[in-house]
Ligand binder design. Sequence first.
Ligand code: GLA
Length: 735
Amino acid sequence: MVFMDRARGAFYLENEKMTYAFAVRAPELTEHLWFGARTGHDLPCGQQITSGEAHAVQYPVPDGGYVNRDQIPQEFHQSYAGDFGEPSLLIERADGVRRMDFCYEGYELPEQKPELPGMPQVRADENGRTLLVHYSAGGIRMTQHYTVYDDCSAVVRSVTLENRTSEPVILRRCASFAFSLLPQEFRDMPAGRSEWQAVYLAGGSGSEGNVQRGDLDRGTFSIGSRRGVSSASLNPFLAVVTPQTTETSGPAYGVNLVWSGSFTIRAEITANRNLRLSGGLDDTDFAWRLGPGETFRSPEAVLTYSEEGLSGMSREFHTLYRRHLIPRQFVFRPRPVVINHWEATRFRFTGEQLRRVIDAAAEVPGIDAFILDDGWFGAREDSTSSLGDWVVNEEKLGGSLQELSDYVHARGMQFGLWFEPEMISKDSALYRAHPDWVIRTPDAEPLTGRDQLVLDLANPAVVDSLAESVQAILRETRIEIVKWDCNRDLSEGFSPYLPPDRQAEQSVRQTLGFYALCEKLVRGNPEILFEGCASGGSRFDAGMLYYFPQIWTSDQTDAPARTFIQYGMSMCYPLSAQSCHVTSSPNRRAAHRTPLAARADIAMLGAFGYELDLSAMEPEARAELPKQIGAYRTDVQLILKGDLYRLASPAEGNYFAFELVRPDRTEAKITVMRELELFNRTRLRLCPQGLEPDACYRCPELDLRMQGRSWMHVGFLPRFTPGDFQTAVYHFVKE
Ligand code: GLA
């Protein structure tokens, strides 16, 4: 798992499928050797150095010679030492010095992966081994953390900086990781051709997770968020592939940050055409004052590699997150099938209406939980008031919250409740009592978003008070599920609590404050299932998954539109993490009609539920629900544990298709949607993947039995009911 070649100073982090290697060539120079397919323990150093750099800045090394740092792929890139690429570290000493020559000091192989206090982190469990490599420069100690796994092709990285001097230093950039991929050919690419492509997820609220793919050329390509949340506009995920990489074959490198706030991920083709990758906290306006004796920990970054294309890369992420990130008590447990009233009622409802929804749900065998969404507290009838006042509106509910919870439980269901803890309405008792508790610039009116302001979570008093007011409700009421929402971006960049010289820490401290709240409320209530949400999927990231086993994927609930979103989110996040509901048709946002079966088939590719007025459904439609829930339960192990193969992308054609295969390959399921029924269009041939070639599989829906290899090569033509937005589902059962 961690092999050390002492003679050459080389470290190999490895498992059966991959190698990640670097070597300490000189104290000042740690060279990144390789990340990719498994290699031997014999990698040479200095391969990527080209000759003839007559005018390069000469960096002396102990053997008496010089190196050109600019050309050497490294494990971190410091500033001002002859390296003109993107630095991964920028530190300013009290005397103004910014050139830091970090020198290797030694390494450790601790028994346990060191904890990352108060932050989300990937566990090592029994499958991970951690290596710490220590460096220092001018009294600043830096540790690079690596954890490698034997059950998936992933390396988890982070950085610790410790100020051992008597003066403060300023951290201006502290990327969680850096490494480089070497050029395939040592010549310039002809115009219009690139060696590498970036694949990433872009969008907005209601259109999360659109897969983008584009060439990487000379210079720096970056994605990031400055919204204070990881954001729907660009997810903190980047894959790097070759132009030939497909869903099933070719190299695919994935980078994902275990961080829910602002971020930057950079991919730079350097002067000698290395592809230098780095990423972590957003550093556009970041300056962290690290006092004498203080330590700074970066968030973690996950790096994955697969030779089996983008689907292969996704499976590595899914395996890692299911086994080592998502809370263990929930990850492999079938999640409750919920009914939520939000799309049916929005803010305005009466206790009587809610009880009608609950009664109707109780009549549907299989619905496990009722979620009371926004509108139950303070005087909340629309978005303009009451956030922060977590006081039950008993008049509106027609009784106490416990009474409503009892009503739900008496009908055999669990009770779930919506909160938006980080936010505050101007029209609230909390704001009137503590106008200084919001993020605001002293001389400007704070900008609202969805009519609300953001609480200053850099202030521990705010975190404590919030935790207490939410906890009071959780204590007093029987609640099994919490939906934790966050409906706006951060816009002010100023915390009234922090001193002037710490204002450039505000964005990071806000996210740390959010995690402090999660530590108290989420980890403090381990029996409650917390679902994340942020205007839909605006904070869908690995940091969230450490606390929240599932996240509301999007407020876009139209099934055809959802196929794009669920397809994109699956690049990095397992299907069991995606919360998906059947809503009414025509959808609130889309004019077209989608058959009920299709809405259910797409929602069943995640944590499943309903969000509509069941009492308004036609009896024939309502009669379908128990069958749908039954089908969901039959296949739920595939959602929780299955290997995902993306067979067809809705962005590339008229079809969406996902296949899930049980890890022991005894069963597979394909869900396919045909968007439009177009006359005379070529039909789709679907070839299942991941089956055992020599085993026989029966497909009950096709009434056909073939060898795995026949299914995988020849495939079949899915059949659809006439009409647009139809789905079909096929099972393959090993005999
Ligand atoms: C956000 C969520 C919705 C719903 C509303 C309530 O938009 O994504 O699911 O909870 O807030 O205000």
